[in-house]
Write a protein of this length. Structure first.
Lengths: 359, 359
């Protein structure tokens, strides 16, 4: 069986053992005579999967009891709208603009006529760093994008604020331990670190979602889903099942701390290859804000022709998904939880071989 | 391998051949060295699946070119909110109330402060029939629920109106040929007739969604998704892949007309068993409005104890999901496209055996 090394930004690589387990169970789920896809969401069979996924998330990520864990749909893009719908109280809301996704989040709050303050911004240097953000303590909420998939930057430490902190963790959820005392709402699409596309994870302090305007549609209220354990209507059952397998896999890997250590090692290999290339490769992000999830780099003088050649060179070695986003150009290696160190090593070798041939 | 006969109302049974194909392809999709779940939604690999699903839907269901085919998320429950957000023009909107799902659709329009008229209603007889609905020609839109999953009733003919007709076809999409000249927007969750949960199908006349208020969040505008071929953000890729396999299967079965004929035969077997039971079984729905998808029935005198015994009796014969919804009690056999005639025959035999033992 062929298996490529998949550096796509999302949907992205999943652990082979998880896919193989899903394959074994696909037609006959654990001897029950049906696929988990065919099970009623009101059946004990499915509810065990659903509640098991939540329990594993709580244990692995040490989510406090006063936080709800929700499975929604629509991706982070839907959260850009749901967050202000549920959390805006008529005051000011503050956003740090650290890239394309932050911008979209800001735009959705503006569409809802919220009073939005952009308190930090790094667009003037093409979002190559995480700007210092001083959020007020009195805003309705403060919003950050913890990892910027396109630009390859990542918060190493969350800003301090007494206001509720909302974190779009779409591209780094479950990749390192977080301090819940600092976070009031975290959201993420599952398709990078936690499963396939089609499941959106929201982890939110329950007290924050109790009061919601009666004008908000039922499906767009966090409270609807929190009160119903994410079973208000039919959830994306197969996606949640895949997420439960991913949580089991994270457990087997030794939990979030072990995975975080592994992620550090993978990223170090790539950043070292860039930094030790005598200027042949240049990283897009400033060193102190480099992402452990998305490594963005160019070739000297942003030589687009040579960059395209490197992408093709890697494809010949069965490495795919390396073309950088058009906003940065160059290459981007997305190395989420499921990317192996062996995969990263192969990429480093290819980068070295290519550099020697073209220096 | 064990295989139960699954009469669940949704998520529900899928064709064994479809599940087996998905299983074969799950780890290594058609020799590409990755799962379709791992493919970028911007890759040709995935786009071929995505566009193939749309094309097959268009061919099978004879969807005219001036209609957009959209893959959304959130199920019919999200459509209850999206329809008025996109189609309400400040006038009156008219709904036929034929059951629990119609009621929810009405409630969401009311939450949005639309002027809602309920022009037909069958609650006084526990929604056992489809009431005549006279929609005005001047309302912003008219809304019906084509099949009522809980009560087992179904429109045999859509109401005539010059206003745009919106059809919630969650439980009978793709089960019979429709006249698009009568329909302006159809929506459905995929998890009954068309695939797993997590994909919502919207088929809508393009001219109807051109003008949308700037206050509507980007993700909740049909136009956003129509303009981007449902790739505005990451779609539920695996669910859409499963839907594409379901469309192939429908083709292999001879298309929608052949499947509709088969569905008639399946339903006739069950309704005959009810009607020829000397009053032991009584159907909930009035004869002229009986659903071909969900067959709802009670045992004489609505004997709940005996009904529970029949459910257990069927489970012993590997038939599951037959317990009726609490609003009707009794039993409900959901016999969507993927239910086989052999499965229905086994249920009929069990009903006969049970009746003989308890008459």
């Amino acid at each position: 069986m062929k298996r490529v090394i998949n550096f796509n930004a999302g949907p992205s690589t999943l652990p082979l053992s998880v896919l193989e387990k899903a394959q074994r169970e696909l037609v006959d789920f654990r001897g029950h005579g049906l696929s988990i896809m065919e099970a009623s969401h009101r059946s004990k069979l499915y509810e065990d999967v659903h509640n098991g996924a939540i329990e594993k998330m709580r244990n692995l990520y040490t989510i406090p009891d006063d936080y709800a864990v929700l499975f929604l749909q629509g991706g982070a893009s839907m959260q850009f709208a749901m967050v202000p719908m549920n959390l805006y109280r008529g005051g000011v809301i503050e956003y740090a603009n650290t890239g394309a996704w932050s911008k979209k989040a800001i735009k959705e709050a503006q569409i809802q006529k919220c009073q939005v303050q952009i308190v930090a911004e790094s667009s003037e240097s093409n979002f190559d760093h995480i700007p210092d953000a001083h959020f007020s303590d009195t805003c309705d909420y403060a919003h950050i994008t913890s990892n910027n998939t396109i630009y390859g930057t990542q918060y190493k430490c969350f800003p301090e604020t007494k206001a509720p902190l909302v974190v779009d963790a779409s591209s780094d959820i479950f990749s390192y331990p977080v301090e819940w005392s600092k976070i009031d709402l975290m959201y993420a699409g599952a398709q990078k670190n936690a499963g396939p596309s089609g499941v959106t994870i929201v982890i939110v302090k329950k007290s924050l979602i109790e009061n919601v305007s009666e004008d908000v549609p039922t499906m767009l209220r966090y409270k609807t889903h929190a009160d119903a354990n994410s079973l208000y209507n039919t959830p994306p059952t197969f996606g949640i099942y895949m997420l439960s397998l991913m949580m089991e896999w994270l457990e087997e890997r030794g939990g979030i701390e072990a995975v975080a250590q592994y992620n550090e090692e993978k990223a170090a290999l790539l950043y070292d290859a860039i930094d030790n290339s005598d200027g042949f490769y240049t990283g897009h992000a400033r060193r102190q804000d480099r992402s452990l999830m998305n490594v963005t780099f160019n070739i000297r003088n942003k030589d687009a022709e040579l960059e395209a050649k490197l992408v093709a060179f890697c494809e010949e070695r069965d490495m795919i998904g390396l073309k950088g986003h058009r906003s940065v150009g160059g290459l981007r290696a997305s190395i989420y939880n499921a990317m192996t160190i062996e995969g990263v090593q192969k990429l480093v070798t290819a980068m070295e071989d290519f550099r020697k041939a073209h220096s």
